[in-house]
Design a protein around this ligand. Structure first.
Ligand code: ADP
Length: 373
């Protein structure tokens, strides 16, 4: 095992000797660096790969807390064990706030306590640094991914927009001159371009859900439903659908994403129905969360397909039967997962479907303020 590099910053030579002795001397398990003032300690830390700093409070040029502050300027995570005198709990607390990993009372220090604390500090620092590295890597790759998705969406959409516009122009100019077959071909080309544009939009929305942080707040699901009803007013009017609901709760979530979730589920309930759609939204408390359901009287889903329909591009029908691109439920699944919840369906073919999802409840205080004014 490679020895741990221990930097002792203490103005008393006797204390240096004591720590070295308590740690078993220069036995090979540790390698010691010695500093007798804060400035000297900081220089040694800068120039060497130090696994743990044993830091005293009283130093000739600055105190231990000043050293911690300056270390914090050098690095986010520092491997410091603060040595405190008896009755110096407030110094220990301040040291921990300034980034020390642990503290130990000088008076009560024993060989095993010092060994344990140093090993714990070195290990904890190593893990925290790794975590910090992962977090930074993740942030960078999320940023790159967002940039990539934006570029792809933009670069695919602008030529597509040109195609759609020119096809529409041709159609308006030569519509009367074309034979039936050519006219139909032009219609197919236009429909295909529009469908591709919708597909890019949906894919972009789906991709964004994977990396964009949800904007969490207290969300009144009743208000969300009202908005969704407004957004879906055309298909609601066209189908003559009836949408009813029980009292809906406030949840902790991202309002825009939850609107999208409810909208996708209700739009499907209206679409996959052969009679006048009746949709009912209700909510039940479920172990500190809310379980919200959207029930319809549509064509239903065979049990063997219940899991599969949440996968991306999974459709159970031909485009001519029911138009769609197979992303609505995949988006719902991602939204619910980003809220730490689950989504599932209960249904049988021909007997309607009920989609359930769970969401975290809004905190009590906020809930009461919203419900009771
Ligand atoms: P899309 O509606 O674009 O096909 P979705 O991801 O929203 O995509 O749905 C996936 C499939 O699940 C649909 O093609 C349909 O077969 C089925 N489905 C979704 N919602 C319902 C519903 N309320 N009733 C019956 N089938 C549904």
């Amino acid at each position: 095992m490679t020895p741990l590099n221990i930097l002792i910053i203490d103005d008393t030579r006797a204390d240096h000797c004591m720590y070295v002795e308590l740690l078993g001397g220069e036995s090979g398990q540790y390698h010691f660096l010695h500093a007798y003032g804060g400035g000297e300690g900081l220089n040694l830390y800068r120039d060497h790969a130090v696994d743990c700093i044993v830091l005293d409070y009283n130093l000739p040029d600055m105190n231990g807390l000043d050293v911690l502050r300056r270390l914090g300027d050098l690095e986010k995570i520092v491997p410091v064990v603060m040595m405190t005198g008896e009755g110096n709990e407030c110094i220990a607390v301040m040291a921990m706030k300034l980034g020390a990993q642990d503290y130990i009372s000088k008076k009560a220090v024993t060989s095993s306590a010092l060994t344990r604390t140093i090993q714990h500090t070195a290990r904890r620092t190593e893990l925290l640094k790794k975590m910090e590295q992962y977090r930074a890597d993740l942030e960078r790759s999320n940023h790159d991914l967002e940039l990539f998705a934006n570029i792809v969406a933009h670069d695919l959409k602008s030529p597509l927009r040109a195609i759609t516009q020119h096809l529409a122009l041709i159609e308006s100019k030569v519509a009367g001159m074309l034979d039936e077959k050519s006219h139909r071909s032009l219609g197919f080309a236009l429909d295909g371009a529009k469908r591709m544009s919708a597909l890019i939009d949906a894919l972009f929305t789906y991709a964004r859900l994977g990396f964009a942080e949800p904007n969490l707040d207290t969300v009144d699901m009743q208000a969300v439903l009202d908005n969704v009803r407004g957004d879906l007013c055309v298909p609601i009017e066209e189908t003559g659908a009836r949408i009813t609901h029980d009292t809906l709760p406030c949840v902790h979530g991202d309002g825009l994403l939850l609107s999208q979730l409810l909208q996708n589920l209700i739009a499907n309930a209206l679409k996959y129905c052969t009679s006048t759609p009746c949709v009912h939204v209700s909510a039940l408390p479920d172990d500190g969360r809310w379980r919200i359901s959207v029930r319809d009287n549509g064509i239903g889903i065979p049990p063997a397909q219940h899991k599969k329909i949440f996968a991306i591009f999974r459709r159970l029908h031909l485009q001519e039967e029911y138009p769609g691109i197979g992303l609505g439920l995949a988006v719902c699944e991602r939204i619910v997962r980003r809220h730490g919840g689950a989504i599932w369906v209960e249904s049988e073919a021909g007997k309607g479907a009920t989609f359930y999802f769970t969401l975290p409840a809004a905190t009590d205080a906020v809930q009461k303020r919203i419900v009771y004014g």
